[in-house]
Ligand binder design. Structure first.
Ligand SMILES: Cc1ncc(COP(=O)(O)O)c(C=O)c1O
Length: 280
């Protein structure tokens, strides 16, 4: 799965063909499991396994220490020896430190003991099914996809043209944050809502997120969202402020509600000084 490019799931056999082409051309294949590894895909511990391939190098990080900074590179003896024999010097200050190793081992114990991979599979399937129900109500949802507990909701302006709904996605994550749910946007057009919670997430947690998501999607339903509104930074900061009528921005704002050229809008992005979403 492409974790940082919109949770795209490769067609069956895709990586097998890619790996063959790369190997035939004398290259090596690297699987970056930094975001997707350690059971998150649910069905498999490593996501490359879902494609039936064996990488030459695997990189792992983030979830390995559950917040503690620890990462690793796994490769074959041949590849590591070729690096060593190149004469290039490599060292780092914290490499192999026992505290990080103990933490990484403890994390793996917890994943196993608390059956977090199984939870990713079961709760992730439930989540996707709930999101597909929500999709029926909201045409803005173009696709729901994911593996285990790594899910993307593809927001589109039109399901036929698949024009990305980037401003709407940005708005959704801003409103979700106001409801204490941290999400991010992903994909080349930043129109995919990325959902990647801790693997101890429960069905109740899923229900809570879905309920808030429905609330936010209802808010923007049928509304014109424009994140390129030409607003002044002083307004964007979300401070209570009213600009005079003569100001060419035509904006007055009070917290998260205000008027743009006489039209009411809701939800600026507090703290975001580069852009603002306007819902008219
Ligand atoms: C997919 C992916 N690979 C690699 C990295 C880099 O990891 P690190 O910060 O441990 O070098 C990141 C960091 O966000 C990532 O998302």
């Amino acid at each position: 799965m492409q974790s940082c490019a919109g949770q795209v799931i490769f067609p069956e056999g895709y990586l097998q063909k890619v790996y063959k082409h790369v190997h035939d051309a004398g290259g090596i294949c690297i699987a970056d499991e930094v975001q997707v590894g350690f059971g998150r895909a649910g069905s498999h511990f490593w996501t490359f396994q879902t494609q039936g391939v064996i990488p030459d190098i695997v990189t792992i990080g983030k979830p390995m220490g559950n917040g503690h900074p620890v990462a690793a590179v796994i490769t074959t003896k041949d590849i590591s020896m070729s690096f060593k024999n190149s004469g290039m010097e490599y060292f780092n200050t914290y490499g192999g430190n026992p505290v990080s190793c103990a933490i990484a081992l403890a994390v793996m114990d917890v994943i196993e003991e608390e059956k977090l991979q199984e939870n990713a599979l079961i709760t992730g399937k439930y989540w996707v099914s709930q999101l597909n129900e929500i999709k029926k109500q909201f045409p803005i949802i173009g696709d729901v996809r994911g593996l285990g507990m790594f899910i993307g909701i593809d927001l589109v302006k039109d399901r036929e043209t698949r024009e990305p709904a980037s401003a709407e996605a940005k708005h959704v994550i801003a409103r979700m944050k106001e409801n204490f749910i941290i999400l991010s946007t992903d994909g080349p057009y930043c129109n995919i809502i990325k959902m990647k919670p801790p693997m101890c997430f429960t069905k109740e947690n899923v229900d809570h997120v879905c309920q808030k998501l429905v609330m936010v999607l209802k808010e923007i339903e049928g509304k014109n969202i424009n994140s390129n509104a030409n607003m002044k930074k002083s307004v964007i900061s979300g401070k209570k402020e009213t600009l005079s009528d003569s100001d060419d921005s035509g904006v007055s704002v009070n917290g998260h509600h205000g008027f743009v050229n006489g039209q009411e809008y809701v939800a600026v992005h507090p703290g975001d000084t580069d852009s603002v979403t306007v819902v008219t």
